[in-house]
Design a protein around this ligand. Structure first.
Ligand SMILES: [Fe+2]
Length: 631
């Protein structure tokens, strides 16, 4: 008789426990154990519980290969989902094997778990394990299917398929559905408290392992509802006309004032702050160092001489590498939109900036279109204050469109979704790359689904507040994606290509390179393989390239960036040599924010559910300083 001791850990989440019958079967190289029900006195498998059980076999099973978890109906109770964290098995000789699960198990089914040690397909030789890998991937590819959102877009998760799967409808694995130019379906409607339409059906069917947890959902609601109400109350969405004077815009900030909003309110008109935002604002990737002016921007030395001073000239500064260009070419053909029955306009500016001897980046000239000529004057700091301010405001408007649509939503959301999907569909749970990537994809699919349901849907927020509307957004993203290369993803290469490695006070670069270096030094670094090593181990350990998201840009640079060597860059010394005059969040403030955040979480976790509405009201009243950190 051989006795195997099991330690079963249930996740600590709301409703993570189950009332269903749970049984296990151990599978080893020498045989299988009988199916053993996990049943003890009292409640088994409650949220956060760690329960111990014994599995008795007539003989030892050899090396443990699989642990089968059977979930079955218990008496007359309904199906009850279970979040199993892990199961540890102590063998008769004292060897401990860990079987990680970390997933919701729904309905009545059998889930097969493998020991936690990461293994590529080359390291598996037993037909049982190879078959297990194949079956696991097949099931995941059924569960997570691609959908085409719009032409030229990264493919997205087919959320509605989860509902279809539950009703046992079968589809080919290649089945894709398109929702291009979707009509205003009956599910796209207003909800109380939300000033924009929301595509409700696409939110309802989300596979439990990619769905928000209860606490994450609560956190989202605490942010989204007050933010939406705030926009409504402040008249940001309902305003039909223009502000009468610039100071009226201060009303936007009456609800939640922060150090940053106060600073921006006071300094947004200054050239120094305008230039600083290119380095450390929300979109610090627009600047390119140029050695000659493009023909589409005919700025002359005489135009900029008053700003450059007598000691230098435009050509000298170009040769010294002190002239930078922000080119919003992508907006040149962007479709525009109508808001309140009034046509909207979009500029595609060219903004020339100069790095002064004092280390400050300041705008030299602005042309608001890509085509020079009498209809497209070049605005200069020497123009009237209002002309210059208006030109800068148009540039900021273009900056918003490029940042929000492409830098933010396309790069941080949609492209990550493609990688998350490829990871889920192409790598089994035991693969080392899967284990490395999965934590970084947490909630990616759900947050993107929410964004598509509330922001990108017809008459969603984008349609209601931006000059390009939803059609313009689709155009910007598909055009942006068509011009991506893998160099864009390799920070040192990207910085080098833009010629901004030495520009002072560029904290985005400094901090980004530190993070990049930390990734390079990570525990996974030794696992990185060269192409020849991969071939030696059998390329089959990774799925075919066709299975992964592909860049639509130049493949030559992409190939190089994918096997990006350890960077040879060094941090520029200018950062310490030239302190910035611009905003740094004071340490005390940072401390307080951290403290408040902790408080917020404590409050959330300790108040009883019956006080939910009271708690919500309290938080709405007190959350102001926290909002930027939580959005
Ligand atoms: Fe985001």
């Amino acid at each position: 008789m051989a006795v195997y001791r099991l330690c079963v850990t249930t996740g600590p989440y709301l409703k993570a426990g189950t009332l269903d019958n749970i049984s296990v079967t151990l599978v080893g190289t020498c045989g299988e154990s009988p199916k053993q029900r996990l049943d003890r006195m009292g409640r088994d498998l409650a949220p956060g519980s760690v329960q111990k059980y014994k599995v008795r076999c007539s003989a030892e099973l050899g090396e443990l290969l699989l642990l089968r978890v059977h979930k079955e109906r218990y008496a007359f109770f309904r199906k009850d989902s279970w979040y199993c964290s892990r199961i540890c098995v102590t063998e008769p000789d004292g060897t401990v094997s860990h079987f990680p699960c970390y997933q919701w198990i729904e309905g009545y089914c059998t889930v097969e778990l493998r020991p936690g040690t990461a293994r590529t397909v080359c390291q598996d030789s037993l037909p049982l394990l190879l078959d297990h890998r194949t079956r696991e991937l097949r099931a995941r590819q059924e569960c997570y299917r691609w959908k085409i959102y719009a032409p030229g877009f990264p493919h997205i998760v087919d959320v509605s398929s989860f509902q279809e799967m539950e009703s046992d409808k079968k589809f080919a694995l290649t089945k894709t559905t398109t929702c291009v130019d979707q009509d205003d379906s009956s599910g796209n409607r207003y909800l109380p408290g939300f000033p924009m339409k929301i595509d409700i059906p696409s939110l309802l069917y989300m596979e439990p392992n990619i769905r928000y947890s209860a606490t994450k959902t609560a956190s989202l609601l605490f942010n989204a509802i007050p933010a939406s109400l705030g926009m409504k109350l402040r008249g940001l969405l309902d305003r039909k006309g223009s502000w009468k004077k610039l100071d009226d815009m201060r009303n936007i900030f009456w609800c939640h004032k922060t150090f940053m909003t106060k600073y921006v309110t006071e300094h947004w008109r200054e050239d120094h702050f305008f230039g600083y935002q290119y380095l450390n604002g929300v979109n610090p990737i627009m600047l390119h160092c140029i050695s000659s002016l493009p023909s589409k921007l005919p700025v002359t030395n005489d135009m900029v001489a008053p700003l450059l001073g007598q000691s230098t000239c435009l050509q000298t500064e170009l040769e010294r590498g002190n002239i930078f260009l922000a080119d919003y070419w992508i907006l040149a053909e962007a479709p525009t939109h109508c808001l309140n029955d009034r046509p909207q306009y979009v500029a595609a500016p060219l903004c020339l900036l100069w790095l002064s001897p004092q280390g400050a980046l300041v705008p030299l000239a602005i042309q608001l279109s890509q085509t020079p000529g009498p209809d497209s004057p070049i605005f200069l700091p020497t123009d009237s204050d209002w002309d210059w301010l208006l030109a800068k405001t148009w540039v900021r408007n273009s900056e918003f469109l490029v940042h929000e649509n492409n830098t933010h939503f396309l790069c941080t959301h949609l492209l990550c979704e493609a990688f998350a999907m490829a990871t889920l569909r192409q790598l089994p749970l035991c693969h080392p790359i899967y284990k490395l990537l999965l934590p970084h994809t947490r909630y990616t699919l759900q947050v993107n689904t929410i964004a598509r349901a509330t922001l990108l849907n017809p008459e969603g927020l984008v349609d209601q507040v931006t000059s390009i509307g939803r059609q313009g957004l689709l155009y910007l993203m598909s055009t942006g994606l068509a011009h991506f290369t893998y160099t864009n993803f390799c920070l040192p290469d990207s910085l080098r290509a833009r010629g901004v490695l030495a520009i002072p006070n560029y904290y985005y670069r400094d901090d980004g390179l530190k993070i990049w270096a930390a990734i390079e030094r990570g525990p996974w670094a030794p696992t990185r393989m060269s192409t020849s090593q991969r071939r030696a181990q059998g390329e089959a350990s990774l799925p075919s390239r066709a299975a992964w998201p592909r860049s639509r840009g130049t493949s030559r640079s992409g190939t190089r960036a994918l096997s990006c060597p350890t960077p040879t860059w060094t941090l520029p010394s200018s950062r310490t040599a030239s302190p910035s005059n611009h905003p740094q969040i004071p340490p005390k403030k940072k401390e307080r924010c951290k403290h408040e955040e902790e408080q917020f979480l404590r409050v959330l976790q300790t108040l009883p559910f019956s006080l939910f509405s009271v708690r919500l009201n309290l938080l709405v009243c007190t959350w102001g300083p926290l909002q930027p950190r939580w959005l």
